[in-house]
Design a protein around this ligand. Structure first.
Ligand code: WT7
Length: 690
């Protein structure tokens, strides 16, 4: 196995000439005021042990004071932080201009900067040999380290390669790659030249990839020949080949080499390392306006096709940077280990932009929690000396089923913070993570946020004035976040010990600006449901003492192993089968994955005889149209679906049946024909209870 794998990233660097970064050039262009020079020092290793601080202006205040100030006077709060932490080529003139009613969201107007300069050049200027990335490759013990200087050079070479294929400011570039330094360089290369990246999780099918490329009208796709995960090879290039057939906007496919296995190259394809080796190692950064687009990331909603969530430059970077430092208690010199894939927002904000903007050493985890055994995470923690470990509850639920010795045999004394994201963390997982992994010594931080929020919004930090962190709770709002709970009639629910629809009542720098190409959809989905507020789609409970606990999605979005998916998308895939007139998909709970899809399927008369064949075809359809993880775990063939008189499917009832909770069906009187309920319950009993 190992013999097939090339040291892709180092090949690039070794083949090309090593350039010396021109510090003077960089300084004269990018550091324009004294406040910006201070920025660099406040996040560098030059001041080890410095208490993490937001800005000199805000130093020494308590969480409560700072949170109150961030809501009352966002101009002072965010203005002083943005001025100090970010390096601007032109300083902003106005902190914000927002209107949540129309979705006009602008931060740091008049300012210009370049995100790649903030993530690379500022650190190269001070400490070029600091390790930016540790690529924890699939085979344990084969990790590769990439310094800030090397990453800047690779980024510039890749940026120049993109330029040579006609990519200009504002053009979209799709990245379909596993977690790797070259993928990070690809993201930063886009940022360097003002192109907009859209990373597509490398587990999505060719049709899903094609849909995203078409919606974004991408000019270039960057991919790898193969992926390597859990000892298995994944033919990524073949998926891209199938996708680009239906994507006339794509003019070039750049193919990096993760393995030495040969693959066929077509007329659109260029080997990426070769192109980079002959490209210049220097690339002047494009000055970007604060509100220019930085990236698109597609995510599922309750209706329609996945939407391209738009994040812009300055506000997103600032929010990722501040939350990374303050929620995880990151200090200069720490090794930050977020095991998420770069195909999700967690990878964008806490593998790439947050850590790199803070000059951190960020771990890129290519493998799985159980390869080659269930001790992999903790062996990695020991070998790399990871200080902050950020993972998903689904992996924790999987690992706690194995012997504790898989954890205990490894030295975890480097760990300072444990953190969780993606779905509610149940008590059992919380206790195991905290006690077994963290030896009841490290704070465990449950972080709530979304693709649309850009960064963490609710977490126990920085809120632990009494040092208290409670099990399984996301806790308190971060700076600038004003949560509100809404009732059924659209009213704000006041007081404590109450439930409601979770909204955020004030704009914050990291929030999404729009849906690519469809601002109206943005307004409808997030701003219309509770006018004047951003609606998250989640429900929440405010405890007696004012903490927040997330109760789960309120819409038809389900969360499979921390991967968000609209049930409507799965239904669309199933409905494409010629023998299937109608389907309804609901989420049911699963002890490891959190939730899994359960599909109710109506078949045409003639297909009833060959149910098994049709169901197998349906499984394949979902895998090819979306992804393998989206394939329903359970299918139930039914004669009809429960509908209201106006024809709406009552999923609430289907969810109860799928969860085998038929003694609490609730009101079924609004159904057009209530007898359908008994019919489906009978079918369920026959299928699942024999
Ligand atoms: C949805 C967002 C944010 C990165 C990963 C997912 C659920 C996320 C938590 C948490 C309970 C959580 C919510 C949210 N979620 N974190 N700590 N506790 N639920 O990003 O794919 O945009 O999904 O994930 O339902 O709305 P995403």
């Amino acid at each position: 196995m190992a013999a097939h794998i090339s040291k892709t990233f180092l090949n690039v660097l070794n083949r090309g000439s090593v350039s010396v970064v021109n510090k003077h050039h960089h300084r004269s262009v990018w550091v324009i005021s004294s406040c910006c020079t201070r920025t660099v020092s406040s996040i560098s290793a030059a001041e080890p042990g410095l208490t993490p601080r937001l800005s000199s202006h805000l130093h020494g205040k308590s969480y409560t004071e700072l949170h109150e100030l961030s809501l009352r006077d966002p101009e002072t709060f965010w203005g002083s932080i943005a001025g100090e932490r970010l390096t601007w080529s032109k300083r902003f003139e106005q902190v914000n201009d927002c209107d949540l009613a129309t979705g006009r969201i602008n931060w740091f107007l008049g300012g210009q900067l370049n995100v790649s300069v903030n993530c690379l050049d500022v650190h190269v200027a001070r400490d070029p040999d600091r390790v930016a990335l540790i690529w924890e490759k699939d085979e344990p013990g084969t990790e590769e380290r990439v310094t800030y200087r090397e990453l800047l050079e690779a980024t510039c070479r890749l940026a120049n390669t993109l330029k040579s294929y006609g990519v200009k400011r504002g053009d979209r570039v799709a990245i379909y790659m596993p977690v790797s330094p070259i993928a990070v360089a690809a993201m930063l290369a886009c940022a360097r030249i003002g192109a907009v990246h859209t990373v597509v999780f490398a587990g999505f099918s060719s049709e899903a990839l094609a849909g995203r490329i078409q919606d974004a009208q991408c000019k270039v796709v960057i991919t790898c020949n193969q992926g390597v995960r859990g000892g298995r090879l994944i033919n990524l290039k073949a998926t891209v080949d199938a996708a680009v057939e239906s994507c006339p906007s794509v003019q070039r496919v750049l193919v990096a080499r993760r393995t030495d296995n040969p693959i066929s190259m077509g007329k659109l394809d260029t080997p990426l390392e070769e192109a980079m080796a002959s490209a210049s190692p220097e690339c002047a950064p494009e000055p970007m306006a604060s509100e220019d687009m930085l990236f698109l990331l597609y995510t599922s909603g309750s209706t329609g096709k996945p939407k391209g969530v738009v994040h812009t430059q300055a506000g997103y970077l600032l929010y990722a940077s501040v939350t990374h430092q303050h929620v995880f208690d990151y200090s200069p010199g720490d090794v930050f280990g977020c095991v998420a894939d770069i195909g999700w927002i967690t990878g964008h904000s806490y593998v790439v932009y947050g850590p790199l903007s803070n000059g951190a050493t960020s771990v890129l985890f290519e493998s799985t929690p159980t390869y080659p055994n269930p001790g992999r995470y903790w062996e990695t923690v020991q070998r790399l000396g990871i200080n902050q470990f950020y993972g998903a509850p689904t992996a924790i639920r999987l690992l706690l089923k194995y012997e504790e010795s898989w954890v205990k045999r490894y030295d975890r004394s480097s760990l300072k913070t444990l953190a969780s994201v993606g779905e509610p963390i149940n008590h059992e997982a919380w206790e195991w993570f905290y006690n077994v992994v963290g030896d009841a010594r490290c704070p465990l931080v449950d972080t709530w946020w979304q693709t649309e929020t850009g960064g963490i919004c609710i977490a126990p930090r920085p809120a632990h004035e009494g040092g208290e962190i409670r099990p399984a709770m996301a806790m308190r709002p971060f700076f600038g976040i004003q949560p509100a709970l809404m009732g059924e009639k659209g009213q704000t629910v006041t007081g404590n010990d109450v439930n409601g629809a979770l909204c955020i009542s004030k704009p914050w720098p990291g929030m999404a600006r729009t849906i690519f190409g469809d601002h109206q959809r943005f307004v409808e989905a997030y701003l219309k449901p509770y006018p004047g507020h951003y609606f998250t789609g989640d429900g929440a409970y405010r405890t007696e003492d004012g903490y927040y606990q997330i109760t789960g999605r309120m819409d038809d979005v389900i969360n499979i192993s921390g991967h968000r998916l609209g049930t409507a998308e799965i239904e669309d895939a199933l409905d494409a089968h010629p023998d299937v007139p109608e389907t309804a998909v609901v989420g049911v709970s699963h002890d490891i994955k959190g939730e899994v899809p359960f599909a109710f399927v109506v078949l045409k008369e003639k297909a009833m005889q060959e149910q098994e064949v049709v169901l197998e075809e349906l499984r394949r359809l979902v895998a090819t149209k979306i992804a393998k993880y989206a394939v329903p775990d359970h299918f139930l063939v039914v004669k009809r679906l429960p509908k209201t008189r106006s024809g709406k499917i009552m999923r609430r009832i289907l969810r109860k049946i799928a969860m085998d909770q038929t003694d609490s069906l609730g009101d079924v009187s609004t159904l057009d024909d209530p007898s359908v309920v008994m019919e489906i319950i009978q079918a369920y009993k026959q299928t699942f209870r024999g």
